[in-house]
Design a protein around this ligand. Structure first.
Ligand SMILES: C[S@@+](CC[C@H](N)C(=O)[O-])C[C@H]1O[C@@H](n2cnc3c(N)ncnc32)[C@H](O)[C@@H]1O
Length: 260
């Protein structure tokens, strides 16, 4: 198995994780950066289970609309359910590299923790640029997994687990090159805001408290040897938390850019 499969099991995990305090904070940061107004048209590239779409429908009101695009049918089904009766929302099954919408037809575009899974990032950013109207704003958020600081008494085992976890996505350190990629796609006024997500306990309200189960389940699914590795590693993380010794920190980046 290579990249994570966004199937019903992951939908169920994200449905819980995306209600947690850290992810609510992240959504608020993205919404502040997007700065939507009533009547605007918004496209959410890699909309997942539709938390952003549902919240943005309230911001754009009855005259505005939100279009969600994703490659995962179970994600799109969850998003459609979440947005039912909340306003003008449409969902399309399509890749970020071929958005099924006309050029220059959106005021805002967002793509949160999606580009890191997309093989051809320049093509996907080019699509966001194409569908925004001149003056339209894009918000692209990704995690730089190379900034991870994660405590273990067995650093060698931690390194093996993290090498395996890097296989869950295509670009483990995408933010390093995103500013240049946005400019190359034709965007102007490119900015980046770093946001630390740090945790000192396996608290389910935190990003670092939820991610242990996701890492364990992904790494365990790779092969029999990895299954043993993941189990032992996760057991240590739970023990560390029980003893008050847990520590997790990662930097996530919010990029904003404007189509000239
Ligand atoms: C980590 S989830 C983020 C969901 C959502 N953006 C959020 O933050 O609430 C990543 C999403 O990207 C979607 N995805 C991955 N590769 C994609 C691609 N090439 N084109 C469109 N969507 C993609 C997945 O199906 C999944 O729903």
């Amino acid at each position: 198995m290579s990249q994570i499969a966004f199937d019903q099991r992951i939908v169920d995990q994200l449905e819980k994780m995306y209600r947690s305090r850290d992810v609510l904070r992240r959504r608020q940061l993205v919404r502040d950066a997007l700065h939507c107004a009533p009547g605007q048209r918004v496209i959410d590239v890699g909309c997942g289970p539709g938390f952003y779409a549902a919240e943005l429908l309230e911001e754009v009101g009855p005259q505005g609309c939100v279009v969600g695009v994703d490659t995962s049918a179970p994600m799109l089904a969850a998003a459609a359910r979440r947005c039912e009766g909340r306003g003008r929302a449409e969902f399309h099954e399509a890749p970020a590299t071929a958005l099924p919408v006309p050029s220059a037809s959106f005021d805002r575009a967002l793509s949160v923790q999606v580009m890191e899974y997309v093989a051809d990032v320049p093509a996907a950013l080019g699509e966001i640029h194409r569908v925004l109207r001149p003056g339209g704003r894009a918000v692209v958020w990704d995690v730089d997994w190379s900034t991870l600081s994660w405590y273990s008494r067995d650093p060698e085992r931690m390194a093996r687990v993290l090498r395996a976890w890097d296989r869950h996505l295509t670009h483990p350190a995408l933010p390093r090159t995103l500013a240049a990629a946005l400019r190359a796609a034709g965007f102007a006024d490119v900015r980046a805001e770093p946001h630390a997500f740090a945790t000192i306990a396996l608290d389910p309200e935190t990003y670092g408290g939820r991610v242990v189960a996701m890492v364990e389940s992904f790494v365990a699914g790779l092969d029999a040897e990895s299954a043993v590795l993941a189990k032992e590693w996760a057991a240590e993380q739970r023990e560390l938390s029980a003893r008050g010794e847990y520590f997790f920190a990662v930097t996530q980046f919010c990029f904003t850019a404007v189509r000239p």
